[in-house]
Design a protein. Structure first.
Lengths: 113, 394
C-alpha cells in the first residue's frame, strides 16, 4: 500500500479533529520497537461522526499479550483530544493481516530498510 | 461495539477472574521461590541444617521442573492466555502452577500429571492462535508448546534429565525465538531470515529427539543449535537497532544482546557435555539464567502490565539487577566452573539468587513509583463521565 493519503491512514471525519487524532495515535508507542502504532502501520482507519469515534487497527502478532495495554493507551490518548460527548471505540481486526509494507517512511528508516 | 467486536465473545464471570488472578499471584511466585531455594541447596556444598523444612528438600529434588514448568511455563502460558483472550486458556497456567505447588509438597507423580495437562491445554491454545494468524512465528510457538508436552510426558514417564531437559529448554528457546522472529518482520527482510531460522530450530528439536536415544549426541546437536541461534540473533535481531534508542527500548536491547552472549556460551556448554566434559552447570545455567532470565528481565516492564494489570515506572534502576545477574553468572560459570571450586560456584549461585531478589524488588519499587506519580490522575479518571473501554477479558 504505497498510495498513502494525507493522513497516514484512511480518515473519515471532521477536518478540525484530524490533526489531533493523528497526533494522539502517534503518541501510542510500542516500547519493544520504539515506534508508534502509526509508524508500524497498525492503524487501518479512523471514522468520526458527532456520536462516536471508531479506530480500526490490528497487531503484528496474534500471540501478543500487550494488545489490551496498547488499546488502553490509544483510548487515553484519544480521550485527551476528542470532545467527551463522542464515544470512543477501538476495534482489533485480524483481516487484512498486517504486512511490513504498511510501515511508514519514518518507521522504515528506524528499522534500516 | 467494543474492542471485542471482531473476536468471538468470551467473558468469564468477573468474580471468577478476580479469584483466578489472586491464585496466580500466589502460585507463580511460590514456584519461583521454591525453584530458587531448591537450586541454592543443590549448588551449595555446605551440609544442610538438620531442621530443614521438607519443602526445600522437595524443591531441590524438583528444581528443574519447578523453574521450567512451575514458574516459567506458567508465565508463558499466562501470556498466551491473555493474548488468545479465552477463559479456558487460563487452565494451562493454573495446572502448571498447581503442579509447582504439588512438587513442593513432595507429590511428584501428581505434579507430573498436572504439568502434562497444562502442556496439553497449552498446545490447544497455540493451535487456536495459528488458526487466527498463520505465520512462521505462530507455528514456531506451537512447536515450542509441543516440545513442552513431549518433555513433560517423558518426565511423567520417569525419563531422566538428559532426555527431558532438551525438550523443556527447546520449549523456552523456541518461544523466545518465535517472538524475535516476529520482530524481524519489521526490518522488511522477514522471509529471508525465516528460512535460516527454520534450519536452526530443526537442529534444536532434532537434538531433543536424539537425546532420548543418545544423551551425548543429543547434547552435542542441541548445543550446536544454540550456538547457531545466538549467531542468527546477533545478525538479525532488531535489538541491534533499538540499542541506539533510549529509555525502556534501549534497556530491552541491552538485556537481549547480553542474553544472546550467554546463549552462545550455553551452546558451548552443551557441546562440551556431549563430549564428556564436566560443563553441566555452564550448559544449564548459562541457558536458564543467562539467556532465559535476561529475556525475562527485558520483557517484564512490558509484560507485567499486560498480564498482571499493574503499571510500572521504568528507570535506570532496572539496570542494577541486570548487571548483578551477569556478574553473578561470571562468578559462577567462570572461576566456579573453571577452577572446579564448589565454594565459588556456591557463591555464584547465591549471587544469582540475590540478583533475582533484587529484580523482584526493582519491579515492586517501579509499581509503587508509578502509583505515586499517577495518584492524582487516577482520581481524575475515576471521575470522568466517559465509559472506559471493555478489555477483551474483564
Amino acid at each position: 500500500m504505497s498510495d498513502l493519503p494525507a493522513a497516514p491512514f484512511p480518515y473519515d471525519g471532521p477536518e478540525d479533529l484530524r490533526a489531533g487524532i493523528v497526533a494522539a495515535l502517534k503518541r501510542v508507542i510500542d516500547p519493544e520497537v520504539a515506534m508508534s502504532i502509526v509508524d508500524v502501520g497498525l492503524v487501518y482507519g479512523v471514522a468520526v461522526d458527532d456520536r462516536e469515534l471508531r479506530v480500526t487497527m490490528t497487531m503484528t502478532s496474534a500471540a501478543c499479550p500487550v494488545t489490551d495495554v496498547i488499546v488502553d493507551d490509544a483510548w487515553h490518548e484519544l480521550a485527551r483530544v476528542v470532545p467527551s460527548s463522542i464515544e470512543l471505540d477501538i476495534d482489533i481486526v485480524w483481516e487484512p493481516p498486517w504486512t511490513p509494507d504498511r510501515m511508514s517512511e519514518r518507521g522504515r528508516r528506524i528499522m534500516g530498510w | 461495539m467494543d474492542a471485542r467486536s471482531h473476536e468471538r465473545a468470551r467473558s468469564p464471570h468477573h468474580g471468577l477472574v478476580i479469584a483466578a488472578r489472586s491464585l496466580f499471584c500466589v502460585l507463580v511466585p511460590l514456584s519461583l521461590v521454591g525453584a530458587v531455594a531448591g537450586g541454592l541447596l543443590r549448588a551449595c556444598t555446605a551440609p544442610p541444617p538438620p531442621t530443614l523444612p521438607s519443602w526445600i528438600a522437595a524443591a531441590a529434588l524438583s528444581h528443574a521442573a519447578l523453574m521450567i514448568c512451575g514458574f516459567l511455563g506458567s508465565v508463558v502460558a499466562l501470556e498466551r492466555a491473555v493474548a488468545v483472550g479465552r477463559g479456558a486458556a487460563f487452565l494451562a497456567p493454573l495446572a502448571s502452577g498447581l503442579g509447582g505447588a504439588l512438587l513442593l509438597a513432595g507429590q511428584v507423580r501428581a505434579a507430573a500429571f498436572a504439568i502434562v495437562a497444562a502442556a496439553a491445554v497449552f498446545v490447544v491454545v497455540n493451535i487456536v492462535l495459528v488458526r487466527r494468524q498463520r505465520a512462521a512465528h505462530t507455528r514456531l510457538l506451537l512447536g515450542g508448546a509441543v516440545a513442552w508436552l513431549v518433555g513433560s510426558a517423558l518426565y511423567a514417564g520417569g525419563a531422566n534429565g538428559p532426555a527431558v531437559l532438551p525438550w523443556w529448554f527447546a520449549f523456552l528457546v523456541a518461544t523466545i525465538a518465535a517472538e524475535r522472529l516476529e520482530m524481524t518482520r519489521l526490518t522488511g527482510r522477514g522471509l529471508a531470515v525465516e528460512r535460516s531460522l527454520r534450519l536452526v530450530m530443526a537442529t534444536l528439536f532434532g537434538g531433543a529427539v536424539v537425546a532420548s536415544f543418545s544423551a551425548a549426541m543429543g547434547a552435542a546437536l542441541f548445543g550446536t543449535a544454540l550456538v547457531l541461534l545466538a549467531a542468527w540473533l546477533f545478525l538479525h535481531d532488531i535489538a541491534r537497532r533499538t540499542l541506539f534508542t533510549h529509555g525502556l527500548s534501549r534497556y530491552m536491547a541491552v538485556c537481549l544482546l547480553t542474553g544472546y552472549g550467554w546463549l552462545a556460551a550455553a551452546g558451548v556448554g552443551w557441546i562440551g557435555m556431549g563430549a564428556g566434559l564436566p560443563l553441566h552447570d555452564l550448559a544449564l545455567h548459562a541457558l536458564g539464567l543467562g539467556f532465559v532470565v535476561s529475556m525475562m528481565m527485558a520483557h517484564a516492564p512490558v509484560i507485567l502490565p499486560a498480564i498482571a494489570r499493574v503499571r510500572l515506572r521504568f528507570g535506570w534502576a532496572f539496570y542494577v539487577p541486570l548487571v548483578a545477574l551477569h556478574v553473578s553468572l561470571v562468578v559462577r560459570l567462570g572461576p566456579g566452573l573453571g577452577l572446579g571450586d564448589a565454594l565459588v560456584r556456591g557463591l555464584g549461585a547465591t549471587l544469582n539468587a540475590a540478583s533475582l531478589a533484587l529484580f523482584a524488588a526493582t519491579i515492586a519499587g517501579a509499581v509503587l513509583a508509578w502509583r505515586l506519580m499517577h495518584a492524582g490522575e487516577e482520581a481524575a479518571r475515576a471521575g470522568a463521565r466517559r465509559r472506559r473501554p471493555a478489555s477483551r477479558l474483564h
